[in-house]
Each structure stands twice: as C-alpha cells, then as structure tokens.
Design a protein around this ligand. Structure first.
Ligand code: HSE
Length: 307
C-alpha cells in the first residue's frame, strides 16, 4: 500500500467540567486527508483545500506531527500529504487536532502500524502544540481512540477510554467568528478558589461515573463548569441565551466546545437533538452572525480509512 485516504473527525474537548482532560469524538464533521509514500524523503504538503493554511511542513500542524513521527521512525523514504479541510480553524471543534491526527494516523498505516494509539497521540500533540502553544491531548485522544476519552496524564502520556451511552447525541452550533486557542487560554486565571476546585472535580468524577452507568440524569447534573466557562463565555456572542435555550428544550447539558466559539449540547436521543438544534438556530437566526449547526452521534470509532 502506497497511499491512503482517511477521515479525521472533529472533536469536543473539555466537555464542560473536564478542562484539558475530557473529550469526545463527532462523526458528522471532519477533514479528509490523503497520505502518499514517496521516494523523496521528508514530509511535503502538496495540496490544501478548504482553508488557507501553510504548506511548509514546519508551519503546519499536520506537518509538525508527521515530522515528530518521522524523527522517531527514521524511514529512508518520505510522505506527501493532501489536506481537504472541512473543519474551520479556530472553530473550537478540534480543527488543528484533526490535521495533527490525520497525518500521523495515515503515515502509521503506511509504515505497517509500528505505533499504538497512545504513541500516535504523543506525535499528534507535537502538531497541536504549534496551534495552541501548549501540549494537550483532550481533542487528539478522542479523534484517535473514538468515543469519550480522559487524559489521565500528559507526562507520561496516559489515555483512558470511557464508555459512550448509546442514546447520546451532540448538537454543535458554530458562530462564524474565530477564537484562537492560545488567546482563549491566556485569559484563564492561574489559580482558582478551593470551593470551585471541589465543585469541578466532583463534577468530573460524577460525569465519568454517569458515562459508565449510562445515567443520563447524573450526566446532566455533571455537565457544569465553574472554572473556565465563566471566563470564556464573554468571548462567545449570545452564549448565555444559547445555553439557556438548549437546557429549556431538554438538552442534558450545554457548554463551550474546546476554546470556543462553538457551543456543544449533549442530548438524549436524536429527536431531542433536533429540537435543541432548532431552538438554538432560532436564537442565532435573530442575530447578524453567520453560523452552522451540526447534529452528530458520538463517534465511537474515531479516525478511519475511507479508501
Ligand atoms: N482544552 C483546550 C482548551 C481545548 O480549552 O484550551 C482547545 O484546544
């Protein structure tokens, strides 16, 4: 096999209370990438469609993660990468992670799968760091492992796969403004009150338990973020109205997707997801902000080969 086409999915990180540690994978939106083995050594990005991104491998997250893997694997050949970018950069649904994951997943397949999923996460984190100025794996891990993931530790890297309740659907609304992850991180406080920390780790623990037991009511009561959302929500126009509307229409929870501006809701069943999507659409339709809405089942498989 000399080339491979893959679908690299969008993801939701943080999942309200799990800043930098929790994430889940979407299946209705993602990038397509083609990876091709070449005699020419090194990594060469030969095509980018959809969004304006750098072709130099050292400046492109897909290139940087691929170079990290090449430095470890040291093959005597190289790879070309084509990127068909559907996920808008700065959208909050793991655009840079999808690129970073796509190249290392594809190259690993063409090398005969020498690396496991945790090692792929490690290489992809090097690319993600180019975009966010910080190594974190909460978008990368769900794209690679599928479903819900918990980043137990970055150093050493340890990823825990969590179960996905069957009837869980996500609604994503993406107001078409760009929020840079690095800037959205810079405004967060370095210290938090003990009482907020207690509330937050209680919610993370109960959310993990809710996923294990398919306890949708507990899941709903756990999807609360008292640490990060209060600081970031001001960056997202109409966030409070969107959240209140989602909850009033039966969403289990609603919060900022990654570092924003996308907003995610988790819903019980597709019917409720449709209802929540319609209700939030009504909120944004009354503004002059362009937006996109996606409904997605939780993608329990993660990144996949399409050809
Ligand atoms: N955990 C990250 C953040 C996700 O919220 O900044 C975005 O990369």
């Amino acid at each position: 096999m000399n080339d491979i086409k893959i679908f690299s999915p969008a993801t939701v990180a943080n999942v309200s209370c799990g800043f930098d540690v929790l994430g889940f994978c979407l299946d209705s939106i993602g990038d397509t990438m083609v990876i091709r083995k070449t005699e020419r050594r090194g990594i060469h990005i030969t095509k980018i469609e959809g969004h304006d991104l750098p072709f130099e491998a050292e400046k492109n997250v897909a290139g940087v993660s691929a170079l990290a893997m090449m430095a470890a694997a040291k093959p005597d050949f190289g790879f070309e990468i084509e990127i068909y970018k559907n996920i808008k950069p700065g959208s909050g649904i793991g655009s840079s992670s999808a690129s970073a994951v796509g190249s290392v997943f594809g190259i690993n397949e063409l090398l005969g799968k020498p690396y496991d999923k945790t090692q792929l996460t490690y290489f992809a984190m090097k690319g993600e760091a180019l975009a966010s100025q910080c190594e974190h794996a909460d978008n990368i891990a769900p794209a690679i492992f599928g479903g819900f993931t918990l980043v137990k530790s970055v150093e050493p890297l340890e990823i825990i796969q969590l179960p996905t309740p069957n009837d869980l659907f996500a609604v994503i609304i993406h107001p078409q403004i760009e929020i840079k992850t690095s800037e959205s991180r810079a405004l967060l406080p370095k210290q938090i009150p003990l009482q907020d920390a207690i509330t937050q780790w209680s919610n993370v623990g109960s959310l993990v338990h809710a996923l294990h037991t398919s306890d949708y009511d507990l899941l709903s009561r756990s999807l609360i973020d008292v640490v990060v959302e209060p600081h970031r929500s001001a960056l997202i126009p109409h966030f409070d109205a969107a959240r209140q509307t989602a909850l009033a229409n039966g969403a289990l929870g609603c919060g900022i997707s990654g570092s924003g501006p996308s907003i995610f809701s988790l819903c019980y069943g597709n019917n409720n997801a449709e209802k929540v999507a319609q209700a939030i659409t009504t909120i944004y339709a009354e503004t002059n902000i362009p937006f996109e809405v996606y409904i997605s089942k939780i993608n329990t498989n993660g990144i996949k080969i399409v050809e």
